[in-house]
Write a protein that binds this ligand. Sequence first.
Ligand code: NAD
Ligand code: TYD
Length: 336
Amino acid sequence: MKSILVTGGAGFIGSNYINYILKERDDYFIVNLDKLTYAGNLENLITSQANKNYHFIKGDITNSDLVNFIFEKFKIKYVINFAAESHVDRSILGSEIFYRTNVIGTNVLLETARKFEVEKFLQVSTDEVYGSLGNEGYFTETTPISPNSPYASSKAAADMMVLAFNHTFGMPVVITRCSNNYGPFQFPEKLIPLMIINSLNDKKLPVYGDGLNVRDWIYVIDHNEAINLVLEKGKIGEVYNIGASNEMQNIDIVKLILKYLNKTEDSIQYVKDRPGHDRRYAIDSTKIKNELGWKPKFSFEEAIEKTIEWYVQNKSWWQRIITGEYQKYYETQYKL
Ligand code: NAD
Ligand code: TYD
């Protein structure tokens, strides 16, 4: 039995990982440590909660006593660190919590993992640590780290720390850097769920700047399969980029969603650009393909339809979310 600490497992990618892996594997015991911030939601884990190989603990990764207790009690041998403050716009509104969770929190996990001599520590990172591309070229694992937003800089700091623990202490670490994910259970502050939900509610669709910024989209299950492969087979001390070679301009994503939902384009509203808005992300995932044999299984056309349909079918999930804290955030961010 592999005893794995999954942090941030009540968020979008972490919950999809847990639901997916507990169906696939009966030799994994998952301890999910999540603070249940605005982005954490135990409803994402309904299919896993009764599984005998799953245990949830509400808590903060910056709480060293709690993290030590968990490593000792559950004999943790593997760590997958999903826990983070993850939204660029929120990091522009206020950055402190980003550095606390993403940097200090990762440090607490690293120190504890070192003490308990874990077999592998996987840091879930992002292509945003590389900064922004012009019209040409791709991020490879050797592209210089050059983060632009407070969020990206906190993730870059964590990456540097993880690699330093490998260099200095020989800790068995690996890092994955993935492009933009989409799929079920994504919090509706991010582009795709926000546009789907606003369309379903006949609200305006706020497109930043000229709408021509490019992101490289991957279905969350493809990301999670790659993470698991890196956990099992990734070479210690290495970084692996993950992406599905699916670059899209934001405006094209918005139009595609409207078309699928049979809505007119009148609701598109160009709004003030995000400060420091990265123009283009595009991932070269040759390394993980060649060295570990990974490839994405989902086509964008198929998976985006599945995703839109999920939000259509699961209104009660997001209707509960878009009250309270979300309303306040929405009003501050979009001044509507
Ligand atoms: P999310 O915001 O949906 O979920 C984050 C989870 O972490 C939430 O459940 C939250 O409660 C938890 N959390 C936050 N602070 C915590 C703390 N101090 N202690 C314990 N738990 C805490 O984020 P996501 O989109 O699922 O992203 C997961 C990871 O993947 C992040 O590390 C993010 O940087 C990375 N990533 C995300 C994307 C993307 O497109 N969403 C792409 C590449 C990498
Ligand atoms: P987002 O989902 O926040 O991911 P990231 O900034 O981490 O790439 O945004 C994806 C793209 O969509 C990004 O270029 C910003 C843009 N965007 C909008 O145009 N309007 C919005 O309301 C949001 C949330 C994002």
